[in-house]
Design a protein around this ligand. Structure first.
Ligand SMILES: C[S@@+](CC[C@H](N)C(=O)[O-])C[C@H]1O[C@@H](n2cnc3c(N)ncnc32)[C@H](O)[C@@H]1O
Ligand code: SF4
Length: 416
């Protein structure tokens, strides 16, 4: 495990998300987490929570963990039935509360099946009524993997089932103030425009990968196969060379490659019998594509153009009121989250804890490094002028535009 963590550190990976199986059932997991913490990794976890004692949560917190996810597949009776372990629900709820007491926010993970499909609303109500401190509900996609492969045609959720779930997500938000969303990818063109904002998407093979305890790298935890072993081949080589197949997008139908709302073609793991990249089960394979499959998407896309134009128009009108102007140049900006920046193949990339990933150019990377809470905006402009003479005449505007954009993205706080 330590060799794997060393290899990840060498490749300048930003974050480790402990997954599984169940990482808390691994003997010595604390040693692995502490080792990764000493190497400077940001960390999060996915767990069933049944072994998450107050001590374990305190330990994770001491290693800088501020967020994780725990699976909950319905209210008590349903959850215990889905995981087939009596008493599991109570233990997971206790695990969530233990985390909260140690300043770790937990997202509930709900995997819908034909068994629990209609339990999402009741779960949210139970959580609300019992004041369980979860931060949000992430609805996953049931995929033909593991036990779900058996009789997949009977188990799988239909598009109608998913549309129903999107409706429930909205009701959960409305009735309980709990943000519920599709945490996986979903083909946007298979959904009405009003649901698009509820789809998170997926960054398999671009934003994250899965490493097994033996060092095998997969792009997605559910898909089988391997792109190579990071104990034998440098991770950067696997990432930049072997994943080129995926970046070619050849596995997607033409409609996706030309799509102005590219969503990645949905979830590869949703399609039965697939080990690597594939189009979502709700869109055609390249060889199945025809005028008919394209025509089926036209109403949804037309709907999108009309609605998005109206929304853009409304936002533009609202912008005047919601603008977040930069304070005077004497104010000292500070990033409001922990972050790390490194050079990437093309420009720079930054990981911003609990916020996500941004890519940017060299000047922006320099500006980020100068935002330290001690320098004022004016100091930053002067410092950039010293190292970027090529920007002559544009320095002030470049710095101000950049600060303005990340300020509107809520990345900055200012002091006098
Ligand atoms: C594999 S578990 C690993 C972490 C931890 N043991 C847990 O229970 O959350 C992570 C998530 O994957 C989900 N999962 C399991 N089999 C799945 C499948 N065939 N398709 C989609 N999600 C699945 C589980 O419901 C769980 O929420
Ligand atoms: S990328 Fe493909 S699946 Fe996604 S919205 Fe466009 S056409 Fe649909």
């Amino acid at each position: 495990m330590k060799r794997i963590i060393d290899a990840l550190a060498e490749a300048e990976v930003f974050e480790i998300r402990w997954f599984g199986g169940e990482f808390t059932s691994l003997r010595g997991w604390q040693e692995a987490v502490a080792y990764a913490f000493d190497k400077g990794f940001f960390m999060a976890f996915v767990s069933n929570g049944t072994l998450m004692t107050r001590e374990s949560a305190r330990f994770l917190s001491s290693c800088g963990v501020t967020g994780g996810a725990m699976s909950l597949h319905g209210p008590e009776k349903m959850h215990d039935q889905v995981v087939d372990v009596p008493g599991a629900f109570g233990k997971t709820i206790a695990g969530i509360r233990n985390c909260w007491e140690e300043d770790i926010g937990v997202t509930a993970l709900f995997t819908p099946t034909q068994m629990n499909l209609h339990s999402l609303y009741d779960l949210a109500r139970w959580l609300k009524e019992n004041e369980v401190p979860i931060t949000e509900i992430d609805i996953g996609r049931l995929c033909p993997s593991g036990e779900a492969v058996d009789g997949w045609d009977k188990r799988r959720l239909s598009l109608v089932d998913y549309r129903y779930l999107f409706q429930v997500m909205r009701e959960v938000q409305r009735d309980f103030g709990l943000h519920a969303y599709m945490g996986d990818a979903f083909p946007l063109c298979a959904l009405p425009y009003k649901d698009w904002g509820l789809v998170t998407g997926c960054w398999q093979g671009t934003g994250f990968g899965q490493i097994s305890y033996t060092g095998e790298l997969k792009s997605c935890s559910i898909l089988g196969g391997s792109y190579g072993n990071i104990l034998e081949i440098p991770l950067t080589e696997i990432w930049t060379e072997r994943l080129k197949i995926m970046r070619s997008l050849d596995y997607l139908p033409r409609q996706c490659r030309l799509c102005p709302h590219f969503c990645g073609g949905g979830c590869s793991a949703s399609r039965a019998g697939v080990t690597h990249y594939a189009p979502d089960e709700f869109i055609p394979k390249p060889e199945e594509e025809s005028v008919l499959t394209l025509a089926r998407r036209v109403p949804g896309l037309l709907n999108f153009y009309v609605r998005s134009t109206i929304d853009r128009w409304k936002t533009q009108r609202g912008n005047g009121q919601n603008a977040k102007p930069l304070p005077p140049l004497s104010a000292k900006p500070r990033l409001n989250c922990q972050f790390r920046i490194r050079q990437d193949l093309d420009g720079f990339i930054g990981f911003f804890k609990n916020r996500g990933i941004l890519t940017f150019d060299e000047t922006s990377a320099r500006i980020f490094q100068l935002i330290d809470g001690r320098r004022s905006v004016e100091d930053i402009i002067v410092a950039i002028a010293g190292v970027e003479p090529s920007l002559d005449g544009l320095i002030r505007e470049t710095v101000l535009t950049f600060l303005d954009s990340i300020n509107r993205g809520e990345f900055l706080t200012f002091s006098d």
